[in-house]
Design a protein around this ligand. Structure first.
Ligand SMILES: [Zn+2]
Length: 340
């Protein structure tokens, strides 16, 4: 399985210093901490000591016994045969600000990555969302009124959050405004802002009443980029928020809890199946993969639910459950129905 480095748009790696604790030579408190650490850490299969360990001259005689993971995937603990241990930073990626706004940069098209098909994306990619220099700010905190899903006839590629017209909308991460366009050119999005971020993502903010930033402008996380509205294909004031990687959308709720506004983690590993409209936050990866492999039938003249059930070796009730529809629902030509 192919795997790209975190932040494929330009992460760099560094090794930082070590935090030492000599168990025998220091206080009981540290020894207690050592014991607690051993109890608290999950014991994985024994791994060799990380090759990035930097030799400590005053402890040159010690030999590594084991390497243990910690809650932070970029920090490990190495245990030595003289009862000492140390934390090792094994290469923490950072977000770089260079070149994120050059490749596939297009200010005239809403979707800039038309030449990057899903097939060319890696099976999974780590995206570092924030680091010490690149913060996050919730785009808007509120009730989710519509999730990332396939609606009756079309894909809903983002998360809708209820708001009041005129409420400020914030840039989620640092970046550069790629699109700032009025309703006449964006179709259903209404007034739309798209921001390209140094962390490798793009975020979309739709149905705005007003724009507060221009195309090409650099914005910081938390900067007001526009005001909530009801423009475009919208049945009430809300923010339509999308997250995309290389043009492919994934459920924004995978990274943001809109009820609290909190980022769920500092990093997300995007699996290829996350880019399916049937894959969403809350599923296990197995469920997501299965959902991404669903078969969708486009209704043609003469189609009936019972006919589809026979054709796809399933039942009417299963089809109805998958599509949240009644067995007596009227099928319309062109409608897409998930059959498996
Ligand atoms: Zn929406």
């Amino acid at each position: 399985m192919e795997k790209q480095h975190p932040n494929s748009l330009g992460a760099k790696y560094y090794i930082c210093g070590l935090l030492n604790s000599n168990i025998l030579g220091t206080s009981v408190m540290i020894r207690t901490a050592y014991a607690a650490l051993l109890l608290a850490l999950p014991m994985p299969a024994l791994a060799h000591t990380d090759t990035m360990t930097v030799a400590q001259p005053h402890m040159a005689e010690r030999a590594p016994l084991d390497t243990l993971p910690t809650a932070d995937k970029f920090t490990k603990v190495v245990l030595y045969d003289n009862n000492t241990w140390e934390y090792i930073d094994c290469g923490r990626p950072v977000i770089e600000d260079t070149d994120f706004d050059t490749e596939n940069w297009n200010t005239d098209r809403i979707h800039a990555y038309r030449d990057v098909p899903l097939a060319l994306l890696p099976d999974e990619v780590d995206i570092l969302l924030v680091d010490s220099l690149h913060p996050y700010h919730p785009p808007y905190v509120g009730d989710v009124t519509s999730r990332y899903c396939f609606r009756r006839t079309r894909e809903h590629n983002g998360t809708d959050v209820r708001l009041k017209v005129g409420d400020p909308i914030f840039a989620a991460f640092d970046g550069r405004v790629r699109v700032s366009e009025g309703s006449s050119k964006t179709g259903g999005y209404g007034n739309l802002i798209v921001i390209r971020h140094a962390n490798g993502l793009e975020t979309y903010y739709g149905h705005l009443s007003e724009h507060a930033v221009q195309v090409g402008e650099l914005v910081k996380a938390g900067e007001v980029i526009g005001y909530g509205g009801n423009t475009g294909r919208s049945t009430g004031p809300h923010l339509h928020f999308e997250t995309r990687y290389q043009g492919q959308s994934f459920d924004p709720e995978r990274i943001i809890d809109f009820g609290t506004g909190q980022l769920r983690d500092t990093m997300i590993t995007l699996k290829k199946h996350y880019f399916s409209i049937y894959s969403h936050h809350g599923q296990t990866d197995e469920e997501s993969l299965a959902a991404s492999q669903r078969i969708v039938h486009r209704i043609k003249s003469g189609d009936t639910l019972s006919g589809l059930a026979v054709k796809y070796h399933t039942t009417v009730s299963k089809i109805c459950k998958l599509n949240n529809m009644s067995p007596k629902a009227t099928l319309r030509i062109g409608q897409r129905v998930t059959v498996r």
